[in-house]
Design a protein around this ligand. Structure first.
Ligand code: HEC
Ligand code: HEC
Ligand code: HEC
Ligand code: HEC
Length: 368
């Protein structure tokens, strides 16, 4: 059974009882101390030998995505390390988890935004009819330049939530509904607003945190009356939701029928969003039956199902996820690569989604 727990000041991922707390700030430091910084950039600093690991991708970014991009480029990376005679540190699962949190936090928006679309949305969703950019339109509503934060999607939703009673009463006066928002619309609006105000220069990164009390907080705020199990999605999302999608969902709760509107302070909102995000995000969305085919097609089966050169992977069923794959790859990959060379097996590469399926299969413990 996989279970997510949340520790003080960090996100934690529990697999088979082993707890992996996660903290983006610790990951920032590991990026330096483990030597990644010699070749990769992150949050503006580092080498240019290889890709910037904080750059925005055109798709959501999950631990399984990290595992598959790293896997695909691993032989190239080990060669670069050997050629330069560089020293790199170890990646145990804890280090891999912290690095993931750090890379995720660097991505700022997990889907790229479009300022032109955001400008349109800001008017279309009637925001512009109350909020000017730098001067007031409605005297009760602050212009955007006075907003306390445009730092990241979570903090904007959070400050809107704090101010929602005033916003609601202005809307009611005009007989208007609270405007609903998708993750993409929220991102586009933020990119537009950041580009049009001094917030442009604010740092584009945020810390991922949730406290030990997040589950309790969810009970205290009445969330558990509808969300019995944080891992079970009530929305019709099929895959894991990004942090921005979770933030947009919080925005939409304000117009939900039957929803009380508990006061949620900014720090509390960050914890709640982190808690619900982690609970569903680290489960992955792979399908074991498809993963079984990947395991055969990539020839893992010849070495890892018993009798081959490698360990039986299903012996650790229940502990596999993108994070433990990254750690396993980093620690055992070079030996695995030379074994493959000996057996004339080309280094296997993964397409989007295949790693997720493979992980689901490795966890399904066939024959156990
Ligand atoms: C000696 C240089 C070097 C060091 C040190 C190094 N890498 Fe790499 N890395 C590479 C090269 C080369 C590639 C493949 C080409 C690329 O991604 O630009 C790569 C690729 C990757 C990728 C896939 C990137 C992508 O977007 O496709 C990840 C993830 C990665 N490295 C993580 C790490 C981590 C984490 C560390 C530190 C523990 C690290 N690397 C240390 C050279 C290095
Ligand atoms: C009917 C008028 C009205 C509309 C329409 C409206 N707001 Fe507001 N909004 C307010 C009022 C009033 C406040 C509370 C006073 C303040 O802080 O500006 C507020 C507060 C906010 C805050 C908190 C600002 C802070 O100080 O940090 C955010 C963020 C926000 N609104 C975003 C939006 C967005 C995005 C839209 C469009 C989807 C929108 N609002 C539509 C009236 C409105
Ligand atoms: C009145 C019932 C209700 C309450 C109370 C409620 N929610 Fe929800 N929540 C829903 C529904 C329904 C959805 C699905 C909405 C959709 O499909 O867009 C949802 C969706 C979500 C999602 C997106 C992931 C998912 O499960 O689909 C998150 C995260 C979330 N809620 C968090 C919270 C938090 C945090 C609180 C407490 C502050 C809360 N909810 C309170 C009904 C509720
Ligand atoms: C030619 C044989 C061979 C093939 C093919 C192979 N591996 Fe391996 N693998 C190994 C060996 C040998 C090790 C152990 C290396 C060591 O002891 O450091 C290993 C180690 C691993 C580990 C680390 C195990 C741990 O407990 O942390 C993982 C994960 C892994 N392989 C996954 C795969 C996957 C997924 C595939 C298919 C895409 C694959 N391997 C294909 C030989 C192979």
């Amino acid at each position: 059974m996989k279970r997510i727990t949340v520790l003080f000041g960090m996100l934690a991922l529990t697999a088979s009882g082993a707890t992996l707390p996660m903290d983006s700030e610790r990951g920032d430091k590991l990026f330096q101390s483990q030597g990644c910084v010699q070749c990769h950039k992150l949050k503006g600093t580092g080498g240019i030998v290889a890709n910037d690991l904080g750059r925005v991708l055109d798709r959501a970014y999950s631990p399984a995505d990290l595992a598959s991009t790293m896997w695909n480029h691993a032989p190239q990376m080990w060669k670069a390390i050997r050629d330069r005679g560089l020293k790199v540190g170890d990646l145990d699962p804890q280090n891999a988890a912290d690095l993931f949190a750090s890379f995720y936090s660097a991505r700022y928006f997990d889907v790229p935004g479009d300022a032109a679309r955001g400008k349109y949305q800001f008017a279309d969703k009637t925001c512009a009819s109350c909020h000017g950019l730098s001067s007031p339109v409605n005297e009760k509503a602050q212009p955007v330049s006075k907003w306390t934060t445009l730092g990241d999607p979570v903090s904007v939703v959070s400050s809107m939530w704090v101010h929602s009673p005033e916003m609601q009463s202005e809307l009611q006066r005009r007989n208007k509904q609270f405007p609903a928002m998708t993750a993409q619309e929220l991102t586009d609006i933020l990119v537009y607003l950041r580009n049009s105000t001094p917030a442009k220069n604010a740092p584009a990164s945020f810390r991922i945190t949730a406290s030990e009390g997040a589950a309790q907080l969810a009970a205290q705020k009445g969330c558990v009356s509808c969300h019995k199990d944080p891992k079970v999605l009530l929305s019709k999302n099929t895959g894991p939701m990004t942090l921005t999608a979770v933030a947009a969902s919080m925005w939409n709760h304000l117009s939900m029928k039957g929803m009380q509107h508990p006061a949620i302070a900014p720090g509390e909102m960050r914890e709640l969003v982190g808690y619900y995000w982690a609970a569903q995000f680290f489960q992955g969305s792979g399908v074991a039956a498809r993963g079984k085919k990947v395991f055969a097609a990539k020839r893992c089966v010849g070495c890892h199902a018993g009798g081959g050169a490698g360990p039986v992977l299903s012996a650790k069923a229940g502990t596999w996820n993108g994070i433990t794959m990254v750690s396993g790859l980093w620690r055992h990959g070079p030996t695995m690569l030379s074994q493959m060379e000996k057996e004339h097996i080309p280094w296997p590469v993964f397409k989007v989604g295949e790693m997720d399926d493979l992980i689901a299969f490795m966890n399904s413990a066939p024959g156990k």
